[in-house]
Design a protein around this ligand. Sequence first.
Ligand code: SAM
Length: 496
Amino acid sequence: MTLDSFSQRRHGRAVFATMAPDDRAAIGTVHDDLRAAGYDETGIRALSGIPLLDLHPAAFHHLDRHVLGTDPLSAAIRLFLLDRAVAEQAVRSFLSGPSLDVLLSLGVLRRADDGFRSQVHITCVDGFLLATDTGRYSGWWTGADDLGDRVMYAGYDSVGLAGIAPRDRVGRTLDLCSGSGIQSLVASRYSEEVVGVDINPRAIRFARFNAALNGIENATFVLGDLLGPVSGQEYDRVVSNPPFVPEVPGERHLHYRDGGPDGERLLARIVSGAGQILAPGGLMSLTTDLFNLDDLPRRIGEWLGARDGFDVLVLVERRLPLWAYADTHASHAPTTTERTAYAARMVDALDDAGIDSIHTGYIVVRRQPGDRPRPGDVRTVGIAGSVTRPAGSHVTDHFRFLDFLDRDVDGDADGVLRPNPAVSLVTTVKPAGPATHRLVAPEDDYLADVEISDLTKKLWEAAASSDVRWSVIRGSALGPVAEELVRQGALTLRES
Ligand SMILES: C[S@@+](CC[C@H](N)C(=O)[O-])C[C@H]1O[C@@H](n2cnc3c(N)ncnc32)[C@H](O)[C@@H]1O
């Protein structure tokens, strides 16, 4: 029994099933009430001491009993994040009458003996409030229910994709596999129009609620299979967080998680569609686990059908040992024995799929601007770590630099090189041996620390102290060094 049919049977309605356009105003009051109680990323972190992305059931009891108080924000956290029943008086301390009524009528809240309980989590991401299904860490192993239609929580992959996708102003953005709508909400800020597509009707309802909750009017959500509902249309941006976890034979299916035996069933279909769906110059940003990284550029080329006309940027976050990856996906198991057994089945499934390395990361595909396709540039870059803040300007700079190099073929383009202000040079002097130099950017989620040579250090220092023109160094030994530093994001090139 799916979550929808379960709540239909148990509570007489599925969450958000009755939502009507007239509910928008009352849904807006829920937003205002939560904000007035201080319910945002900063407020929740300050009170709980835990970043929202790391909130875990192991902390729920401690927070409930020993950290939270009797104030309205504590009541809201208990109700919408900790799966606790909250007394009516405490709920009314932060929700007005119209908010409470609309949440009851939409099936978000239900009366429990001891007050109210919420059927959904409401989290905060990038300044938005976001409703998702509860039970991130539970339920799948215990109940007889089919949880295949569960709407995914905001995970590091969700927040990371929102951070990696460039945010310069564009016309139309497509969010494939939109789930809760998190990518669409973020894209609504930089796009004139956003369309989200998901195959799960429950996810479509959550996304519509989330748009209403945040007062967003330029995002629509359509039920369907990947590009099916939007065929024949072109978009400036595509963002996608598809299901990418390799399936373990015989285990229950989760729409949001399972990416076929090799994890790439949806990824391959989405990348294959880049030529149809991207407008010239358009960008497709995806988050996925990167399997067998060395061979990935070849597979991407195969999915695209041609290397000409597309540039590809693969961003590699971190490598996960296969057993640790399997163990993470087994962490819902109620006992250590079941957890170990599930992880073992997953390790075998990974081996059967020919997977021998896993990295977390992102793939960005650009359809080249103009109508004369040139051979594609494929670049794999190691990035600093978990992206939790906007970092898409680095992606934009990368493709802008490719266009610059393209124009520079005949020596026609020029510009000034400058250090990225987020980057510092650190020199370490050791008692024995030569000094080493590193470029570091501790405040930037994207720029990984790099060790640099003496020659690179000289270029860096020259660019920091005076104007270094591209046209002066392009043909010298410093040309390739400068190109590498710009591609790494340590130097910026201001075209002139
Ligand atoms: C990993 S979740 C991503 C949710 C959200 N975009 C995010 O970033 O958190 C993947 C989503 O893909 C949807 N999905 C799975 N197969 C699909 C398909 N063939 N077409 C469209 N959506 C699909 C699932 O229902 C789920 O909502």
